[in-house]
Design a binder for this molecule. Structure first.
Ligand SMILES: [Zn+2]
Length: 417
């Protein structure tokens, strides 16, 4: 169960009552080594480090030993009631230490976690939905509620959450007795009323929770729901708050400023300008398609004109060098040519530096007799090419230069004579 209170017989959990403590003094209660991973750990008599729990990762930081050595705390886990601080080094038992958690990371997580409480509290009070999923990552918080919400509902809830931030109401922690817990209305009710830890956002939410929290809603900063979708009959929402929301704003501002510059658009009208730009691009694409098809016909006509001069009967490979057409254009050109010429048609596009792509083809009714594949094999062997296809069309590429390719065709023509 995600919100079950983390309990320790040996360690006073400072973060439970004050989430703002980032530095503390403590004594090493036990030092050990995990038999499975070989990782060293210490158990302290008190700690501000939050062990992983309730969908939130553990704190990291450093432990400074009595003689001033700084040892990295890479992970903190609750193992059967003992809070193990896994460390990159060794510390002996009974030593006095100073613990320092990575305060920026902790604060940012508290902002995101607290904002999620606030949003879920608002959704619960307005719609009666329960929070049925929670996951915190570096990107933000994903949480699920068990009922549907419209776009308007979500905008309302988001606005109300930010208003609660501006009101700066206290966020408090309490430990009700079993009897008190039974009588109290709160979210995330557990199976038991023993050892309950309640996090209360005054006027907005009461929820059982194990994690550290900010002292008042003003510390949460801006709350922004970035996306949402229907999920198992309810909704899945993704949000960020505080420093993450600020960083996101900076990123979006910079990105918007870049669009303003590229499109000479006004700050509040970039979407409109981008839409116009996309519409115009569609038109240009269509125009380009028509022009390409006209170019293909013009080039084909030109090539056929040349063939006409030499006669349409097979007088050896007809070679075309054409860089203006794309693959489709080249294919269409080849098709127009083989429709008229009896011999093999070879189209090349490219340059000496990057190599050439080619299409070799022959008209359908010469497929059996023209020997297109043998021709392509011979070309590839001599001109460092590779490719494949059928008896009527072969696609390939060659690293040979235009000079080498032309020499190959000249030599062929010479042999034939
Ligand atoms: Zn919580």
């Amino acid at each position: 169960m995600k919100n079950e209170r983390i309990k320790s017989d040996t360690t006073e959990l400072l973060y439970e009552t004050d989430g703002m403590i980032t530095e503390f003094e403590a004594a090493v209660y036990e030092a050990g080594e995990d038999p499975d991973t070989g990782k060293c750990y210490v158990i302290l008599d008190r700690t501000a480090f939050f062990p992983e729990g309730g969908g939130q990762l553990s704190d990291t930081g450093v432990i400074i030993t009595g003689d001033g050595k700084s040892i990295r705390v890479t992970d903190v886990q609750n193992v059967d009631g003992s809070v193990r601080h896994y460390i990159d080094g060794t510390i002996s038992a009974d030593e006095r230490i100073t613990g320092k958690i990575d305060a920026g990371q902790r604060f940012s997580r508290m902002q995101n976690h607290g904002a999620e409480h606030l949003l879920c509290g608002l959704i619960h009070r307005r719609f009666g939905y329960e929070n049925v999923g929670f996951h915190m990552s570096e990107e933000g918080v994903t949480f699920d509620v068990d009922g549907p919400l419209t776009e308007e509902d979500i905008r309302d809830i988001e606005r109300m959450a930010n208003e609660a931030v501006f009101k700066n109401v206290p966020v408090t922690v309490s430990f009700p007795t079993e009897e008190e817990a039974k009588r109290t209305e709160y979210r995330s009710k557990l199976d038991t009323y023993e050892d309950i830890r309640l996090v209360t956002i005054e006027g907005y939410d009461v929820c059982a929770c194990c994690a550290p929290h900010v002292a008042s809603t003003g510390q949460l900063g801006v709350i922004k729901i970035l996306s949402y979708m229907p999920h198992r009959g309810g909704m899945r929402l993704f949000m960020i708050a505080g420093m993450d929301a600020y960083n996101d704003y900076v990123y979006l501002h910079d990105s918007n400023a870049e669009i303003m510059e590229i499109l000479s658009a006004k700050r509040d009208r970039t979407a409109e300008f981008v839409r116009d730009f996309a519409d115009r691009q569609m038109l240009l694409k269509e125009e380009n398609r028509i022009l390409k098809s006209e170019l293909t016909s013009a080039v084909a006509e030109n090539v056929i004109e040349g063939i006409r001069g030499r006669g349409f009967t097979d007088h050896g490979p007809e070679v075309i060098w054409e860089n203006r057409l794309d693959e489709t254009g080249l294919r269409n050109l080849i098709n127009e040519c083989t429709g008229q010429y009896e011999g093999i048609v070879c189209a090349f596009s490219g340059n000496d530096n990057e190599g050439y792509r080619y299409i070799f083809a022959v008209c359908k009714n010469r497929a059996k007799t023209a020997g297109l594949r043998d021709f392509a094999d011979d070309f590839n062997r001599v001109c460092k090419g590779r490719g494949g296809g059928s008896d009527i069309m072969v696609f390939g590429s060659t690293s040979g230069t235009s000079g080498e390719i032309k020499a190959y065709f000249n030599e062929r023509a010479g042999q034939k004579e």
